[in-house]
Design a binder for this molecule. Structure first.
Ligand code: 6MZ
Length: 367
């Protein structure tokens, strides 16, 4: 029964709206990269190996790990490699639309600018193998409808899985106002290259809302959709400010008080739910007591997401499985959750139409 449900969750077409590139890297790739740097004497492999393989992932530990991941991954070729692998991994579990978010990085020692970092990401997207990654061709001709369905292989018609990929540029909470503005301007510049939005993320105990606000307001003026990590820690002032700012989506929303829950629910801002991440980092006391249940019962717009599938050893299929097994959702309810997420994507209407057709097709044919 459990195995059958897990398989069904893998086969279900899914939409991933909250996945950080460097948090989604496979352990095996991190170990390989660590070994290479260990051999060159840049790091001590044995120390790093234990850190990569250990299970504890408290919130402060996560951000120490990200600093380590960035040492391992931040050169152009590696960024290209991890992008390619991460997209391939999501496609392999029938994610049909993926918004991958990443923080453009300046790194003088590697001759890297925010722009060159993003070029390395684009190169990775174009290099995805065995999968038809649909990147920038958002306009589909009528004759391209279901013959190009990402789950076309269900009918045995297409062999390759298809996945739509779009990018969100993240502002790291450690950044200055000027660096954050650079990221927004870069997002604008890369609008025709698959960038569809801005994210605010990073260690929630670091930085001040006022530092990023000018950049977020600039993005709003430019009409760039915004998603914000909200309430990973109980920072009352910031949660209020974020809810007042009214971004297009919110991530996490763990530590809200009664009044803030009320405000969130009346706002109807879609929430990116990251079950495993929240339980591991302590944002939710347990799976059973996760705020998913309350928001779901209130019919609040939600989408299930992984956050950092590598860091938390999860997958989007597993997150669906956890919802089914913890909250007793039926297959029909899980299907509607997956289908509903299409509406919160930052992608244009043409692609949404196409994704809706994919779900309708599966609803008719069955999984
Ligand atoms: C806040 C997070 C996060 O951008 O280098 N990030 N920010 N909360 C979380 N929950 C655990 N998980 C990941 O991917 C890694 C970066 O994403 C953000 C952090 O800024 C982290 O450094 P990129 O590809």
């Amino acid at each position: 029964m459990e195995a059958e449900m897990r398989e069904w969750c893998v086969a279900l077409p899914k939409v991933e709206l909250h996945a950080h590139l460097n948090g989604s890297v496979r352990d095996s790739t991190l170990l390989e990269l660590a070994k290479q740097l260990g051999d060159r004497g840049v790091i001590v492999f044995e120390d790093v190996k234990d850190v990569i393989m250990k299970n504890g992932r408290s919130l402060p530990e996560c951000f120490k790990l990200f600093d380590l991941f960035h040492i391992l991954t931040t050169d152009h070729d590696t960024v290209t490699r991890i992008t390619k692998e991460v997209v391939g991994d999501f496609a392999a579990e029938n994610v049909v639309y993926l918004e991958i978010r990443t923080t453009p990085k300046n790194n003088e020692a590697k001759g890297m600018t925010k722009r060159s970092y993003m070029n390395a990401v684009l190169k990775g997207l174009k290099a995805v193998e065995d999968v038809d990654a649909v990147l920038f061709d958002s306009i589909l001709r009528p004759d391209e409808t279901l013959s190009r369905t990402p789950v076309g292989d269900l009918d045995g018609v297409t062999k390759k899985k298809k996945i739509y990929v779009r990018l969100l540029l993240s502002i790291d909470r450690r950044e200055t106002t000027s660096a954050a503005l650079d990221t927004v301007n870069l997002a604008m510049e890369m609008k025709d290259q698959g960038v569809v939005g801005i994210d605010l993320s990073g260690n929630p105990v670091v930085g001040e809302w006022e530092t990023y606000l000018p950049a977020l307001e600039h993005a709003k003026e430019l009409g760039i959709p915004i998603t914000i990590h909200c309430g990973e820690v109980p920072n009352r002032k910031e949660i209020q400010a974020v809810l007042d700012f009214c971004p297009q989506r919110l991530g996490h929303v763990c530590c809200l008080n009664d009044e803030e829950w009320k405000k969130l629910k009346s706002s109807m801002i879609p929430v990116e739910i990251c079950l495993t991440s929240n339980v591991m980092t302590g944002g939710a006391p347990s799976l059973e007591l996760h705020h998913f249940a309350d928001l779901y019962n209130a019919k609040h717009p939600l989408s299930l997401c992984t956050d950092d599938s590598g860091l938390f050893s999860t997958s989007l299929s597993n997150e669906y499985y956890l919802v089914a097994s913890t909250f007793s959702l039926s297959k029909a309810e899980l299907f509607r959750l997956a289908q509903g997420a299409v509406e919160f994507a930052f992608v244009d209407d043409e692609v949404k139409k196409f994704l809706r057709a994919v779900f309708e097709h599966v609803a008719r044919k069955g999984l």
